[in-house]
Write a protein of this length. Sequence first.
Length: 199
Amino acid sequence: MKIILIGASGTIGRAIDNELKDRHQIVRVGRNSGELQVDITDLASIRRLFEQTGRFDALISAAGNGHFGPLEELTAKEFAVGLDDKLMGQVNLVLIGREFANDGASFTLTSGVLSEDPIRFGSALSMVNAAVDGFVRGAAIELPRGLRINSVSPTILEESLPGYGPYFRGFKAVPAATVALAYAKSAEGRQTGQVYRVL
């Protein structure tokens, strides 16, 4: 398959690449790195990306930013970071990408454990992650031409513990390589409308 991997240089992206590269053609995309670049907050940038890649069999998004901070300091501006980037950025990858997707192609988006298991300072991300999963469930019943869509909702990564471990006390961390298996299941399997939780 020809797989477009958004966020290929990130921790999860590198693990996905390592899992799939021996079996598929990977087009590696990043904000500032990779074979191609995209700003998922910019509709024109997304369309340029797909015009460059051409038709594809799977798109995997391991990208999306959100604001992390105490609720008492959050305003609409901070919430907009995740809404514009991690939520609508990934949604727009699907809305524009479906024009370039081959029949039966798949989309795999990234949400996260905070959608169902919130922590202090994570309310903006809890909101965005839950919205991503909701979009996946809703879109799955309407996508035409056998197109599929799923999301992967990982817990804290072992590789992220040095920076975020103190915020995730009591959570069992998982290695990025384990999380990558869920993306492979989505792209290489036949399920749709699923949220693959990696806990």
